[in-house]
Design a protein around this ligand. Structure first.
Ligand code: UDP
Length: 244
């Protein structure tokens, strides 16, 4: 069984959220020499990978790419090879925190502003008292990158949660992968801002209507330029699917 569908060159996992969690749990038990790199990719990432060779390389080398966003789900249907559901970064992170609380997994949170990083980790500690917060650092560490890497490598977390925004976080993980001692590295974009309560996730009603992208557009209008990737992605994916 082929458990991937390739959309405009990016191989998307066809695992459900539950199957993804099971795979990650299994990965924690493996003795791999490099961290398992999971990307939750949205249409913007796919369009980026078409334009920038580094993103194309990252997409080819990542261990798992999950469909983040309704655009990817729809495109997989056009290809006649549907993914079962969205596995979005924020949702995956919450599931991991839940499971980590039960199984005492350790997490290092890298990224976001100092205020958000502190607030988010405080909230996580409160809500998930049994998981281990191995450490945290804000996402503005250019001048002390060696120090940050050394800290992560000392604590060797099960999960390195990287919130530097996409695709900066994917590039960072890719470039540092060979020197990082963590089992699993995942980029989660603005998820810590949401956990900290600084940014609101689209209410369930909008999510259910598959209009989360629209909610984000009207609540953070400065993102409109980034969202131009959406129609570009839809057109290219549709044409590619019809040619298949
Ligand atoms: N950020 C960071 N370092 C940087 C630039 C951004 O830690 O050099 C953080 C920023 O504070 C925010 C997140 O990265 O928490 C970006 O969130 P955004 O919503 O733009 O990411 P997306 O979900 O779109 O990938």
């Amino acid at each position: 069984m082929n458990n991937k569908v390739e959309i405009l060159g990016v191989p998307f996992s066809k695992l459900t959220m539950k199957e993804t969690l099971d795979l990650l749990e299994k990965t924690l038990q493996d003795n791999q020499d490099k961290p398992f790199h999971l990307i939750t990719a949205n249409p913007e990432f796919v369009v980026g990978a078409l334009q920038e060779p580094i993103l194309e390389e990252i997409a080819a080398e990542a261990d798992l790419i999950t469909p983040d966003g309704i655009g990817i789900v729809m495109a997989s249907r056009w290809y006649g090879d549907p993914v079962p559901e969205r596995v979005a970064g924020y949702d995956l992170l919450l599931q991991l925190l839940e499971e980590g609380n039960r199984k005492k997994w350790s997490f290092y949170f890298l990224g976001s502003s100092e205020e958000v990083s502190e607030l988010a980790t405080d909230k996580i500690k409160e809500r998930y008292p049994n998981l281990i917060i191995a450490g945290r650092h804000n996402g503005f560490f250019k001048d002390k990158e060696a120090e940050v890497l050394a800290e992560i490598n000392t604590v060797k977390p099960d999960f390195l949660i990287v919130a530097l925004g996409a695709p900066r976080q994917e590039v960072w993980i890719h470039q540092k992968k060979a020197f990082l001692h963590t089992k699993i590295a995942i980029g989660v974009g603005g998820s810590l801002d949401v956990i900290a309560g600084k940014v609101k996730r689209a209410p369930l009603f909008w999510q259910k209507l598959n209009l989360e992208w629209f909610y984000r557009l009207i609540s953070q209008p400065s993102r409109w330029k980034r969202q131009l990737a959406l129609p570009k992605f839809a057109l290219k994916a549709y044409i590619a699917a019809k040619k298949k």
